[in-house]
Design a protein around this ligand. Sequence first.
Ligand SMILES: [Mg+2]
Ligand SMILES: [Zn+2]
Length: 280
Amino acid sequence: MGHPIGPKYKVRVAAASEQLSGSRQLTTACLIAGKSLNMAGAKTVIIFDFDRTVIDDDSDRWVVENMGLTHLFNQLRPTLPWNALMDRMMEELHSQGKTVEQIAECLKHVPLHPQTVSAIESAHALGCDLKVLSDANLFYIDTILKHHGLYRCFSEIITNPTMVDGEGRLRIFPYHDLASFHGCNLCPPNLCKGLVIEQIQASMSEKGKSRVIYLGDGRGDYCPTLKLDRGDHVMPRKGFPLWDRLLSNPSLLKADCHEWSNGEELASILLQLVEKVREE
Ligand SMILES: [Mg+2]
Ligand SMILES: [Zn+2]
């Protein structure tokens, strides 16, 4: 099956590799310059949502649209929670004889902004602790990060777990055990990102002074941003649901807020914040 975005993708890859060689030089310079700063500044933990934050699309929808599942998806959408619906979509692909390798191939075409790639590499090289916190799933995120050479930059990927069963079907499971409701009504039952942030904060406080920078776009990113402390930073994507919610009642937020629209802005704001935290 010919991929509808083939030619456009090739252009993106060329741009990404040019960007990468530039960012590697920058990274080396930062590593040398950053050695002494590294010990003085607060530890920076950067938490990235994945869909429409790290990648410039939604990985679940990408697979649905590019693997011919749109009709079934629309039919079942009102009847199943999102996480269960995605597992059902994988069942459908399996019943059509589509393999896990074909799903991985499809995911490799998801667009990722070259500046986002270089910002992640630079932040990692500067000694920040990078994590992904996402309501997509582990198979999708692993596949995409490995394809772009970014997997090594993240210390943790916190998301809905996956497995390939004995028949070769990809299974997607909820992050939280559905038998015990997490009690948060801002979040879907399968994942409360706020609860995860609280666990990260608890383990960070044992390791000394640290700051969180949280990047996200969606409704599910609202709960965790409310858990951030004074001195932390949230980077909501402008015009997306998280940004709308934060604007509607800014007084609920303790962290500083910095909006961004695209990969260029994400990169420049993120690296400025990393520098700022290191100087604190
Ligand atoms: Mg998102
Ligand atoms: Zn929550």
